[in-house]
Design a protein around this ligand. Structure first.
Ligand SMILES: [Mg+2]
Length: 356
């Protein structure tokens, strides 16, 4: 049983600005970028909730936003400060779990499966992290809890602002079913438009649709959106606590979906990666394969293993992931194998280092 959190800071950039100037709290305010260009007030990056009441949102021009709300306070972005606050939040999160994956400046997935054993404990854990983030950094956040990254992300969206939302495995499908497809994680407006042409508007319709037809229409992405609508996501939270990785990639001589050609390439890449890890004295915990299809879409899949330093583990897990995620309909152009979560098996320092 997995317990995954998605911690997402609320209106992050403006919340950071409110720390510098607390009087902003009750006013509609927005952070802009690109305001240096002549005659331009820039584009809205983030706005606070008072501004959202007027219809202001990220991505629109500052002029358009002022048209909606003439008292809107415009603030120029201060990335250095936001990055400082982001690093502070990341260090608070790491006190609770090393298995944290920061996916953007204000969002992190956290795997707490080895910390709690029930959903109720998971909620308590999330409450503690949320309280700590608020008291130590001064910033509000929302947390989604679920059995996988996808559900945690979707749960967090409805928890906003300043909330915690739990969606259990058994609730996942019905929780998603009422959502329009463009609200599903990873499905954008363009895909939603194409789906609506074939009569699919809600997640429930997508979940009940023909999987093969989706793959024909969208390639491997079709399989991903089908799984998304069904609440299925077995991707791991990959810790960026230790971000170093060792990887090798190869472009196939010609595009192929023949396992007889591809598996040997994966084995060869695995051997090369292992050789490099051995020469540097590393063991590893995470194995990732990268598949780039002929249409240039790229898919990364990772799996965490017990700490290992065997070539066979890389070969076996990489091949298994390939067999699991490959599709018969799309040809592959390029393959990659990577290991991460590295730790030094023994010190590689030699005495000569100290004398040089
Ligand atoms: Mg956010």
């Amino acid at each position: 049983m997995r317990f995954i959190l998605l911690i997402d800071m609320d209106y992050f950039f403006v919340a950071c600005e409110e720390l510098k100037d607390p009087s902003l709290k009750d006013k509609p305010a927005a952070v802009t970028t690109g305001s240096d260009r002549e005659g331009s007030k820039g584009v809205i990056m983030t706005c606070n909730y008072p501004a959202r009441k007027f219809g202001v949102r990220s991505g629109i021009s500052a002029n358009q936003a002022l048209g909606m709300c003439k008292d809107l306070v415009l603030l120029k972005e201060d990335f250095k400060f936001y990055e400082e606050k982001s690093a502070q939040v990341a260090s608070i999160i790491r006190k609770y779990s090393n298995l944290a994956e920061q996916v953007s400046i204000d969002e992190s997935f956290v795997d707490i499966s080895d910390k709690v054993s029930t959903y109720e404990q998971g909620v308590k854990y999330a409450e503690a992290i949320k309280r700590d983030i608020r008291s130590l950094s001064g910033l509000p956040c929302s947390i989604g809890i679920g059995p996988n990254k996808l559900i945690a992300k979707m749960a967090c969206d409805v928890a906003k602002p300043d909330g915690i939302r739990l969606v259990r495995q058994e609730e996942a499908k019905s929780f998603l079913s009422i959502m329009p497809v463009d609200k599903l994680y990873g499905i954008g407006g363009k895909t939603a438009e194409k789906l609506s042409f074939i009569g699919i508007k809600t997640a429930a319709q997508l979940a009940a649709s023909n999987k093969m037809q989706l793959i024909e229409k969208f390639g491997i992405f079709g399989l991903e959106i089908y799984n998304t609508a069904n609440g299925i996501d077995d991707s791991d939270v990959v810790s960026d606590y230790e971000t170093k990785s060792i990887g090798r990639e190869r472009t196939l001589k010609k595009d192929s979906n023949d396992d007889g050609e591809i598996i040997p390439v994966i084995k060869e890449l695995s051997k090369e990666v292992f050789k490099e890890a051995k020469s540097q004295g590393f063991s590893f915990k995470v194995i990732t394969i990268k598949i780039r299809y002929a249409d240039f879409t790229e898919h990364l899949k990772s799996r965490t293993v017990k700490t290992s330093n065997s070539a066979e583990d890389i070969e076996r897990v990489a091949s298994e992931m390939y067999m699991k995620y490959r599709t018969q309909t799309m040809k592959i152009r390029k393959l990659g194998v990577r290991i991460s979560g590295l730790t030094k098996i023994k010190s590689q320092r030699s005495m000569s280092e100290f004398f040089s």
